[in-house]
Design a binder for this molecule. Structure first.
Ligand code: 5GP
Ligand code: ZN
Length: 121
């Protein structure tokens, strides 16, 4: 179920988390359970439940968000990497504050498969 901003884990981490990168209303944090050698999460400071609500961002803000994702990867020393957004429960989303996974280096294949909800029931 989507969480309300007042008890949203990522709203709390935006306010008081350990940011590896921050600018212009966006922050990047380390994922607590990394599935790759480098596993960062990019969060808009403003609460938006899912990527489905991308219209909550102006074109300018959406552009800055994409640039911030690329800057976060670059600042982490990544040249080749994956960017992943899980959308909704069926898409594997577990925290309902929009976030972009930035994944680089060696992958934990088991965890990757789990994160992509590829494992069979
Ligand atoms: P989702 O499954 O919603 O796309 O991704 C949620 C991500 O948040 C997961 O990769 C999970 O490991 C990460 N996560 C969950 N709780 C915490 C936390 O307390 N701190 C951080 N840094 N990451 C978290
Ligand atoms: Zn939030």
């Amino acid at each position: 179920m989507p969480s309300l901003p007042e008890n949203c884990l990522f709203c709390r981490l935006v306010a008081e988390g350990d940011h590896v990168h921050a600018a212009d209303g966006f922050v990047a944090i380390r994922d607590i359970n990394p599935i790759a050698e480098t596993h960062l999460l990019v969060l808009p400071a403003r609460h938006v439940d899912t990527f489905r609500e991308v219209d909550a961002f102006s074109d300018e803000e959406a552009g800055r968000m994409l640039r911030f994702v690329a800057e976060t990867a670059q600042a982490a020393g990544l040249e080749d990497y994956k960017v992943l957004v899980n959308v909704g429960e069926g898409g594997g989303q577990t925290v309902f504050h929009l976030h972009w996974h930035v994944l680089g280096g060696r992958f934990d294949r088991g965890k990757l498969s789990h994160a992509l909800a590829l494992e069979t029931a």
